[in-house]
Ligand binder design. Structure first.
Ligand code: ATP
Ligand code: MG
Length: 411
C-alpha cells in the first residue's frame, strides 16, 4: 500500500520539507528512514498527531546531528537510548535507531540491540502501533505492516504481537485499555484473555512506570472511561486494593474538566481518583507509585482536609477562622475538596479562601512598625498577626487604620 498522498496531505509543508532533508541525508549516509508508531496509526485513521517518531536503520543520533546542523534546528540528544529529539514549531520529531529488544526478566527494562525495521516493530505493544511508512525516495509512502496492523485498525481491534507481550511488560495492560477506550476499539479475543491472565504481572512494574502510564491516562480526553474499565477488570485493585473506578469518579472528572487550568488537570484527576481512600490506604498508594514529594503532599493534604470540612460548614464563620484552618494546605488539595463537597456553605468558604483570603496582606511590615516607635522583639510579631487577623475580618481596611490599631497595641 502506498501512502505518499496521505503523507503529503497529513503533514504540514514545513515538516514535509524537514522530513525530505532527513531522508536525503540518510540516503547519502546509506541509511533508511521510516515514520513509525502512533503517527502512522493516526494518519491511517485521519486523526491529528503532532508527535512524529522516525526510526532509522543506521545511526539516528549522527543523522539528527547532520540535519540539525544543516537546518540550524535545536536538537536534544539522549545518548543512553541512542535517540534524538528535534523541536520544530508545534511538532516534535523523535529519531531513534532501529532496534530489537529482549527482556532478561518480566517487567525489567529491555536489553537493546541494533536492528532492522521489522525487529523494531516486533518490540512494540500492539499491531496498530507496529506499522511504519518508508520515507526513502525509492519507495516513499510504502506501508510496512508485518503484523496486520491495518486490518486490525479496520476491524477496530487491539492485538498484542505475541503471547508473552503482557508478561514482558505489564504496562501494556494499562496501554491496551487506554487505546481501547480512546479509539472505541475492542480487545482481540486472545489479547483479552492474556490481559486478564497477566494482571498479577503488574507487580513486576516499578512505581515510576505505573505512575507514568496513569499520567498518560489522565491526558486522555475521557480518562474516566479508562479508569472505569480498569476497575471492572480488576487492574486498579492490583495496583492498590482500595482503588475503584465507579460512576462517582466519572461524574467528578466530568465536572472538573472545564473548571481546571490545563496544567493542573492531571493532579486534580489524581486527587479525585483517590478521594475515597483512607489516609493509611493513601500512604500505600503513594509508596507503590513512588510519588514525588510535592504530589504526595497534595494527596495527603486533600484527605486530611476532607476530614476537617465539617469545621467549615457554617455560614457564621469569621474570615480569619477560615484562613487559619486552610492556610497550611496545598491550594490544589483545597480545590479538589471544593469540587467534591456536597455542602454549598463549605464550597463557598473554600472558594473565598482560594480567591480572596489567601492573598490578604497587611500594608505595614516590621520596618514600618519600628518607624512608628514599636520596638523590635516578639511583641512586634504578635502585632503583625493581630493586624493580619483584623484585616481578614474587615476590621481595618486602610493603612491609616492599620497604623491606629498598631499604636493602640504598642506595649
Ligand atoms: P499516543 O497517541 O498515546 O502518544 P503513541 O502510539 O504515539 O500514542 P507513545 O506512548 O508516544 O504512543 O509511544 C510511541 C510508540 O512506542 C507506540 O506507538 C508504541 O509502538 C511504542 N511503545 C510505547 N510504549 C510501549 C511499550 N510499553 N511496549 C511496547 N511498545 C511501546
Ligand atoms: Mg506519541
Amino acid at each position: 500500500m502506498k501512502l505518499a498522498l496521505q503523507i503529503e496531505r497529513y503533514l504540514p509543508q514545513q515538516v514535509l520539507e524537514l522530513v525530505r532533508d532527513i531522508s536525503e541525508e540518510a540516503s547519502r549516509l546509506g541509511q533508511k528512514v521510516y515514520l513509525v508508531g502512533g503517527v502512522v496509526r493516526d494518519l491511517l485513521l485521519g486523526y491529528p498527531n503532532l508527535d512524529l517518531d522516525l526510526v532509522i536503520e543506521g545511526d539516528a543520533v549522527k543523522l539528527a546531528q547532520q540535519v540539525a546542523a544543516i537546518r540550524q534546528i535545536k536538537l536534544v540528544i539522549y545518548s543512553r537510548f541512542g535517540t534524538a529529539k528535534l523541536n520544530y514549531g508545534n511538532f516534535t520529531l523523535d529519531m531513534a535507531t532501529a532496534r530489537g529488544e529482549t527482556y532478561a526478566k518480566p517487567g525489567a527494562l529491555p536489553t537493546v540491540t541494533p536492528g532492522i525495521i521489522n525487529n523494531d516493530l516486533f518490540r512494540r505493544d500492539f499491531s496498530i502501533n507496529a506499522m511504519a511508512i518508508s520515507l526513502m525516495s525509492n519507495n516513499y509512502g510504502e506501508l510496512v505492516d508485518p503484523y496486520q496492523g491495518r486490518s486490525d485498525l479496520e476491524h477496530h481491534l487491539i492485538r498484542i504481537l505475541h503471547s508473552k507481550s503482557f508478561s514482558d511488560d505489564a504496562t501494556r495492560i494499562l496501554r491496551a485499555i487506554r487505546y481501547e477506550q480512546r479509539l472505541g476499539f475492542e480487545l482481540e479475543l486472545q489479547t483479552a484473555h492474556l490481559l486478564k491472565q497477566y494482571i498479577p504481572m503488574l507487580d513486576t512494574i516499578s512505581g515510576d512506570r505505573i505512575r507514568h502510564e496513569l499520567e498518560l491516562i489522565f491526558k486522555e480526553k475521557h480518562p474516566e472511561h479508562v479508569i472505569k474499565r480498569l476497575g471492572e477488570l480488576g487492574v486498579l485493585q492490583r495496583i492498590n486494593p482500595s482503588l475503584r473506578g465507579n460512576s462517582w469518579i466519572a461524574e467528578k472528572f466530568d465536572k472538573v474538566r472545564p473548571l481546571s487550568k490545563p496544567s493542573q488537570l492531571s493532579s486534580l484527576y489524581l486527587c479525585l481518583f483517590i478521594y475515597s481512600l483512607r489516609e493509611r490506604e493513601n500512604e500505600q498508594f503513594i509508596r507503590r507509585l513512588n510519588m514525588p514529594t510535592k504530589l504526595a503532599r497534595t494527596l495527603r493534604d486533600m484527605l486530611h482536609l476532607k476530614n476537617q470540612l465539617c469545621l467549615l460548614d457554617k455560614s457564621s464563620i469569621n474570615h480569619s477562622e477560615i484562613y487559619y484552618l486552610l492556610h497550611e494546605y496545598d491550594p490544589l488539595a483545597i480545590q479538589a475538596n471544593m469540587l467534591v463537597s456536597e455542602s454549598s456553605t463549605v464550597r463557598s468558604n473554600l472558594e473565598l479562601f482560594l480567591t480572596k483570603l489567601r492573598f490578604v496582606k497587611v500594608s505595614l511590615n516590621g520596618e514600618k512598625l519600628k518607624r512608628l516607635g514599636i520596638p523590635a522583639g516578639p511583641e512586634l510579631g504578635k502585632i503583625l498577626q493581630v493586624l493580619h487577623k483584623a484585616k481578614l475580618d474587615g476590621e481595618v481596611k486602610t493603612r491609616a487604620e492599620e497604623e491606629k490599631l498598631a499604636l493602640s497595641l504598642k506595649p
